[in-house]
Design a protein around this ligand. Structure first.
Ligand code: ADP
Ligand code: ASP
Ligand code: MG
Length: 814
């Protein structure tokens, strides 16, 4: 004999009920079947809503009752031919009249007891099961309907009644032993107490009904038919990465469901587990899919973590006080107080100092728990040995489940660091001594992010998603979009990385799309976006709370640099092409770096020096591996190198500068390059990264620019330069006559930094430097005589974008 249970979505309407009929028909070809059904999907909620509206004196409960009646009548009409409908239609009408009478009573009394709730909600299964039984009969599958209240005996703990197994098993065996039918239909969820009063087994309890019946008759198999193709690695509504678990042990399934995997009601497993009855989770809408098999052996292969689940509406209650230390019996009294009130404890942690006990319970019980515990400890509270019970709300639990976790150290470390990197604050932790689960209490707003992060961390075949928020769509921004677009497929295939550009903002418009902005269409999409506001953009990034968020600043704006701190404090990494922050006051630079390390994220600005060249990365590698920097000598301005490589005293100096600007090498205001200020910023950033506390005004600048060129607008600058041609020619000719080249050199030497134009002779390392190239020479303990050299194009949109891209990938790796 097989026991099959069909859930609410499987019997939601005539169409899905027809699928149920087809599945059962197939079973009957080989076997007998007991079919347990839920109420039509959503009906239990509607019934309980109507009752609670009535108890709140809200007459709209009548509308809800109409809705309930209409749902059932429509289902009957679509399912059964007109000639055979009348019996069912009158059954629905009669039941709905009774429901209305009860609701009218609730309305008049303004009282809704758990007992009445059970009475009301029982109608859902009572009606659905009779409709389905009639449909079977109509299809020629002769079925016997049986009221489960006559079979399942419980205590009178209404809404979550506890089963009297000996009596229930007896009744079930007596009944099925005396019948010859090969198909039985039973309403799930409902039972009765010893006085014959209707009780229910708790929300989602139809699964449990099926398991009780299966274990009583020692069925060969229990099948739970639902709307997903099995138990999944996580709730599919929270992560699109979730996938089916083909095999799972009873223990693991129990843990997962206990910690929120709604696909199976937690008490369901217990009765079938003790008899080793296999349970299949199958999809009514895709019956050919394999589904999940729950059985006693856990397969050793497969993932260490079997699944991840979460429960919302948790409160953390804590009992604290110095009077608790070393005195036995406190926890006993706490748990007694809770258990007397039938408050279910979901998670417990106790600090090793015994100074506090912390318990996670359902939020619905919070006030009851406070009252019970404060009453139990009234004397200790008066003597200030214990503080009144503390309650923290809006919390959830996320749990990792897997029997193999016990033989793999480091799982909790990985769990907490993955969450930590994403700014998820963990309020309490519990790990069962069997190590089948590790659970953490976190803020409810962080649940979706955590489930996704943990799924990416523990299920290797899934992709890690990175969410980018990019500000600035100028030359470099455009190139970056192009490079990202070109690499998307590679990153997904080779690095298992899905790069999602979620937000783009420029000085005019901004756009956020959590599904990712198609990079081929970014221009149009951003143009159709909202009016730009950097504060609003930041607000959205923080509010959306997406995992692996990275903020990318490709502007030169002070305003944008000012928001980094807000983001880093939310563990959102910042990749800055913008030099403002790293070259601002030392304290600001240092604070941002410290915040990034405190909040477990990155503040990266490789492109601040040498565009795409790995200058800062190389410096950090040297330092991190224990080397010490003595001296840095560098040509760091692509613009100045281009200008002095191309200026030969014949073409006008101003024209060469203009060409550099036209080719996109200069800062938006070329004076920043020509004055040496940009080079000062760069050598300062390198000095700081080498550990020096240094400010701009401590850097000597031997400027070659006449003061007359540095006033007014950019146009004034060009015309003043034209007038000073003689000055530039002299500088060139002097160097040329010595056989030297002009290089604007930045140096950092044992704590002191300077920049200025120098004559470089052909033997010097800096001599052979062409076009817009940069070069950096690091003299260190290990590179004493011959420096470590980083050399190559140091300006240009394409290479700068590639440097930003590299920083993004560094930020991902963490
Ligand atoms: P039924 O009405 O068939 O009893 P439920 O709604 O009670 O169905 O349970 C099925 C739902 O459980 C799925 O639609 C899915 O959204 C949710 N769910 C939550 N966690 C999981 C999980 N780990 N695996 C599968 N489904 C899950
Ligand atoms: N109909 C009940 C509920 O919605 C029981 C079930 O569907 O399992 O909770
Ligand atoms: Mg269910």
């Amino acid at each position: 004999m097989k026991v099959l249970k069909f859930g609410g979505t499987s019997v939601a309407n005539a169409e899905s009920i027809s699928k149920v009929v087809a599945i059962v028909k197939e079973v009957l070809q080989k076997d007998k079947a007991i079919v347990v059904v839920s109420a039509l999907g959503g009906v239990t909620d509607l019934l309980l809503n109507a009752a609670s509206l009535a108890s709140a004196a809200d007459e709209t409960y009548k509308d809800t009752l109409h809705q309930i009646e209409h749902r059932h009548l429509e289902t009957v009409k679509q399912l059964i031919p007109v000639a055979q409908q009348s019996h069912l239609l009158s059954l629905v009408k009669k039941s709905c009249n009774e429901i209305e009478d009860i609701c009218n009573g609730i309305f008049l009394l303004r009282e809704l007891t758990p007992r009445t709730k059970d009475r009301i909600s029982s109608y859902g299964e009572l009606i659905s099961s009779q409709i389905i039984a009639a449909k079977f009969n109509h299809e020629g599958m002769s079925s016997t309907w049986k009221d489960a209240r006559e079979l399942i005996l419980t205590n009178s703990l209404f809404t979550a009644a506890e089963v009297d197994y000996p009596e229930t098993n007896q009744r079930i065996n007596d009944y099925f032993g005396s019948q010859i039918s090969s198909l039985f239909i039973l309403p799930g969820f409902i039972a009765s107490d010893k006085n014959g009063v209707t009780t229910t087994l708790g929300r989602g309890g139809s699964d449990f009904t099926a398991a009780i019946v299966a274990s009583a008759i020692k069925a060969g198999v229990l099948e739970i038919w639902t709307d997903v193709s099995g138990m999944m690695t996580a709730d599919p509504r929270l992560t699109s990465n979730a996938r089916i678990i083909p095999h799972i042990s009873y223990q693991e399934a129990m843990e997962l469901s206990h910690f929120g995997a709604k696909v199976i009601y937690p008490p369901t497993i217990q009765p079938v587990m003790s008899l080793g009855i296999p349970v299949w989770i199958k999809n009514t809408f895709a019956p050919a899919d394999e589904g999940t098999l729950i059985e006693s052996v856990s397969t050793r292969n497969g993932n260490i973590v079997r699944g991840i689940s979460s429960i919302n509406n948790i409160v953390l209650i804590s009992l604290e006080g110095s009077g608790m230390i070393g005195i036995p019996g406190f926890s006993k009294r706490l748990f007694e107080a809770l258990s007397n009130e039938k408050i279910n404890v979901i998670l417990i942690t106790q600090s090793s100092s015994e100074h506090s006990i912390c318990v996670g319970i359902d939020a619905a019980w919070a006030q009851k728990a406070k009252h019970a515990v404060d009453t139990a400890f009234v004397n200790e509270i008066a003597l200030q040995k214990v503080e009144p019970l503390k309650i923290e709300t809006e919390l959830s639990i996320v749990a990792l489940v897997g029997e193999n976790m016990k033989s793999h150290p480091g799982i909790s470390g990985r769990m907490f660091s993955a969450m930590g990197r994403n700014g998820v604050n963990i309020r309490a932790i519990a790990q069962g001594s069997s190590e089948k689960n590790i659970s953490a209490v976190i803020a409810t707003k962080d649940v979706k992010k955590s489930i996704n992060v943990l799924h990416e961390e523990f299920f290797e075949t899934t992709y890690k998603q990175v969410n980018l928020f990019i500000v600035g769509t100028g030359n470099v921004g455009k190139k970056l979009f192009g490079q990202l677009q070109q690499q998307l497929e590679f990153l997904q295939r080779q690095m298992k990385l899905v790069v999602n550009v979620v937000g783009i903002c420029n000085s005019r418009k901004m756009l956020i799309d959590e599904n990712g902005i198609q990079l081929s269409q970014w221009e149009k999409r951003v143009a159709d976006g909202d009016h730009a506001s950097i504060q609003q953009f930041i607000h959205e990034i923080i509010e959306r709370n997406l995992r692996n968020s990275i903020f990318v600043d490709i502007t030169a704006s002070d305003q944008v640099a000012a928001v980094y701190e807000q983001l880093l404090k939310k563990s959102i990494s910042v990749v800055a092409c913008n030099k403002v922050a790293a070259s601002s006051a030392y304290n600001n630079y240092k604070r941002l770096k410290d915040i990034a390390s405190e909040f477990n994220c990155h503040f990266l600005f490789e492109t601040n020096v040498g565009a795409g060249l790995p200058v800062i990365a190389t410096l950090n590698d040297l330092l991190n591996s224990g080397d010490r920097i003595h001296r840095i000598q560098a040509v760091l301005s692509g613009t100045l190198n281009f200008v002095f490589n191309n200026y030969d005293g014949k073409r006008k100096f101003a024209d060469v500068v203009k060409q550099a600007q036209d080719e996109g090498y200069t800062e938006p205001d070329p004076r920043l390059d020509l004055s040496g200020t940009d080079v000062m910023r760069k050598i300062m950033i390198l000095a700081r990264e080498a550990g020096e506390k240094i400010e701009m005004d401590e850097i000597r600048n031997n400027s070659f620019m006449p003061a007359s060129c540095m006033k007014g607008t950019v146009e004034d600058f060009y015309s003043a330069m034209s007038k000073e041609e003689e000055h530039f020619r002299k500088i060139f000719e002097k160097a040329n006559s010595e056989g030297c080249k002009l290089k604007f050199v930045a140096s950092f030497n044992e704590g002191k930094a300077s920049v200025g134009l120098q004559h470089i002779d052909p033997q010097h390392d800096l001599y052979h430097l062409y076009g817009k190239d940069n070069v950096v020479l690091f003299y260190t303990d290990r590179y004493k005589e011959q420096p470590m050299v980083v050399k190559g194009a140091g300006a240009g949109a394409e290479v700068t974008a590639s440097g930003v891209f590299a920083d993004i990938l560094r930020a991902v790796k963490i």
